[in-house]
Design a protein around this ligand. Structure first.
Ligand code: HXC
Length: 514
């Protein structure tokens, strides 16, 4: 007869086997790791403490009573990443396809509750066939229990979702409620309805990869924030992301040790802006030169490329960067870029990460496509997000700051703390060409040489407004600085703002234009 300790040991061992060797081999053959392997690579060595290893489902439907696996298709627990506490759940596709039902959901809910009570991030490693079909409505209830907690946890603790296999149906809504979604090229996909249903309903022929693969969500929908070539890269991406963000909303943004150099001047910044103000340049060159070396971690890099967002460090301090990108659509604001930036700004604000904005924006994108798809509402999201952000906020206008976009892009008027402009800044209601055409329309039309007159008036307007000095004279710009001094100024200004404490008017919650 086995001793009690041997019985325990057998059960523990059995739990480690997941759905069995054959299914594990199948998982590996697809280039995928198992749930336990993923946790092993994610957490600091020996730090993982499993919770609920011996949980099983209690269903007898459709022969499920003969298919009981310890853990019920999800490995849950806590551990550390670079010494910091995190809670993790990893769905085990080898057990009933990682499908979610009552017991499986209860395990996830338990660690989410612990994460909330103890103020630490939750990382979900998703790999699941969705609701466990045999268990019926309890599976749906389980999802809803998770969605509810995702929502309660939003803005309290960081939530990160890695999609490492299928994620279909309503199952996509838990990741969608979290702060960051990460996907792996060619092995993960997310959709509300799969290719078969699409074909039946709309007669559209489309593969799973095209419909909801990593590339699709990185470029077309913007659903995923980060994509990777393989699972190990994704796991390293989670660790990197965490290095910029605090444990919870009460915590400070992380600060690394930084050794100041004799000079923090960056001469290369002097030559980035082209002579001709209509020529594009890469705003990322400005970001790379300004922030700590190799510290910029771009988010949603292939979506709405006319705006760049990402985390960085400045003298060791974690910051969020939002920058118009003149290389794409001249850096114009449109629906997608407004949404992308607004969500990023709100994340940074929720988690006490100061914001740095580089501005070079010719305005909002005109046209019926934009108007009919509600650029008004969507542009207002970014305006709202900046306006309600109480973290330290600094703007550097490198070139164009035209029209409503000047107001929206973290202007002084909507609560930015420090606004700098380079001498190349053009702060005006609109570009000189368009302005001259409107306000001197009559004069131009009756002139002997209308083209010459137009250019004359364009120059007149440009001379008067296409610089930072009008705005500086009114205090809308705190200081006009030489590009080379930008980094120094920012280091000092962020230090000066580090104890900023602003409270919004008391309210239940605002009503962001969704
Ligand atoms: C129970 C499931 C399952 C599910 C897969 N399995 N999905 N068991 N419920 N939802 C089991 C399979 O029976 C199989 O068991 C094992 O998992 C692996 O599945 P395969 O089909 O062999 O794997 P693969 O060929 O890789 O295909 C994976 C798949 C496919 C694309 C995910 O299994 C599939 O289409 N599953 C159904 C997806 C689905 O329609 N889910 C419900 C969505 S609705 P064995 O014993 O052979 O290993 C939903 C509602 C949520 O989720 C609503 C929330 C609000």
């Amino acid at each position: 007869m086995k001793s009690k300790s041997e019985i325990l040991s057998d059960k523990r061992e059995q739990a480690l086997e997941g759905g069995g060797e054959k299914r594990i081999e199948k998982q590996h053959a697809k280039g995928k790791l198992t749930a336990r392997e993923r946790i092993h690579f994610l957490l600091d060595e020996t730090s993982f403490e499993e919770i609920g290893r011996l949980v099983t489902h209690r269903s007898t439907n459709f022969g499920l009573d003969k298919q009981k696996f310890y853990g019920d298709g999800v490995v849950t627990g806590y551990g550390t990443i670079n010494g910091r506490l995190v809670y993790v759940f990893a769905q085990d596709f080898t057990v009933l396809g990682g499908s979610l039902a009552e017991a499986h959901a209860e395990k996830i809910v338990k660690i989410m509750d612990l994460a909330m009570d103890n103020g630490a991030p939750v990382i979900g490693l998703n790999d699941s066939g969705g609701a466990r079909i045999q268990e019926g409505v309890v599976s749906l209830a389980g999802y809803a229990d998770i969605f509810y907690r995702n929502t309660l946890a939003s803005g309290v603790i960081p939530q990160i979702s890695a999609i490492l296999g299928p994620c279909a149906g309503g199952a996509v809504y838990s990741p969608a409620l979290t702060d960051f979604i990460m996907m792996v090229e060619q092995s993960s996909y997310m959709f509300i309805t799969g290719p078969n249903v699409v074909k039946t309903v709309t007669h559209e022929n489309i593969t799973a990869e095209e419909l909801g693969g990593a590339k699709t969500h990185a470029t077309k929908s913007g659903v995923t924030h980060l994509t990777y070539d393989n699972e190990i890269e994704l796991i390293n991406g989670i660790k990197k992301l965490l290095s910029y963000i605090p444990q919870n909303c009460e915590d400070e943004a992380p600060m690394l040790d930084y050794e100041f150099q004799e000079s923090e001047k960056r001469e290369a910044l002097e030559t980035i802006i082209p002579e001709n103000s209509n020529q594009p340049y890469d705003i990322k060159d400005v970001i790379y030169e300004t922030v700590d070396k190799d510290s910029f971690y771009e988010i949603q890099k292939d979506f709405a490329e006319n705006i760049v967002v990402g985390f960085a460090r400045i003298a060791g301090r974690s910051i969020g960067v939002v920058a118009n990108q003149p290389l794409f659509l001249a850096g114009v604001l449109d629906i997608k870029s407004s949404n992308k930036a607004a969500r990023f700004v709100r994340f940074c604000d929720a988690f006490n990460i100061p914001l740095l904005v580089f501005e070079d924006v010719p305005g909002f994108l005109p046209g019926s496509e934009q108007e009919w798809n509600a650029i008004i509402t969507n542009g207002a999201k970014l305006l709202y997000a900046f306006s309600e952000a109480t973290v330290p906020r600094i703007t550097v206008i490198t070139r164009k700051a035209y029209g409503g976009a000047y107001d929206v892009m973290n202007s002084k008027h909507i609560g930015a703390d420090m606004n700098f402009a380079w001498p190349t800044a053009e702060i005006a209601v609109m570009g000189a060409k368009g302005a001259a055409e409107i306000i001197f329309k009559k004069e131009i039309s009756v002139a002997d040489n209308p083209q010459q007159k137009w250019e004359e008036k364009e120059n007149e307007y440009a001379e008067l407004f296409a610089d930072p000095y009008n705005a500086a004279s009114r205090g809308y710009i705190d200081e006009v600085i030489n590009p080379r001094d930008t980094r120094e100024k920012l280091i000092r200004a962020f230090k000066m703002l580090e104890n900023k404490a602003v409270k919004l008017p008391k309210k239940k919650h605002g009503n962001i234009p969704l």
